[in-house]
Ligand binder design. Sequence first.
Ligand code: HEC
Length: 148
Amino acid sequence: MKKLVIAGLVLTATSISASPFEKPTDAIEYRQSAFSMIATNFGDMAEMVKGRKDWDQQQFSQRAQFISQLSLMPEEAFAVEGTDKGDTKAKPEIWSDWDGFTAKLNKFQGDMANLAKVSMDGDERATKRAFGEAAKNCKSCHSDYKYR
Ligand code: HEC
């Protein structure tokens, strides 16, 4: 469990005072919003990789940096109790296998950070290769932890 130390107080990430969410539905909407923004940015990058859209290294790199930051956001929303129920496609395995889930999340975060870095160097081929690696994360996690 991550701990925040604020003015001498030790708060766990899931304690009420550390959570920005008032109720479970807020946390569900928050993580879905993050994934929705991830998907929009990722989709545009995929169009460039497939050649359906002109390659724009700067635009691509900007999107990779957006996703790199967005990928850090869902975790605390999954950590909220009661978010396994309701309007969510999250599978119960997220909570019964929390370590497995967060390992996939961390791999995704690492691959996106790497893509953001590689794309900033400006090499189109290296960028496309790093994109291919990052793209594997979506299906890998969804097949185990998300209902279709
Ligand atoms: C570590 C696991 C994990 C990774 C990696 C991941 N997702 Fe997801 N994704 C989820 C889970 C779980 C949900 C369901 C969230 C919910 O409904 O509460 C979800 C939901 C979504 C949604 C639906 C959002 C909505 O509006 O309800 C989209 C779109 C999506 N993911 C796209 C992607 C794309 C694209 C990638 C890769 C670039 C990706 N995801 C990577 C676990 C993951």
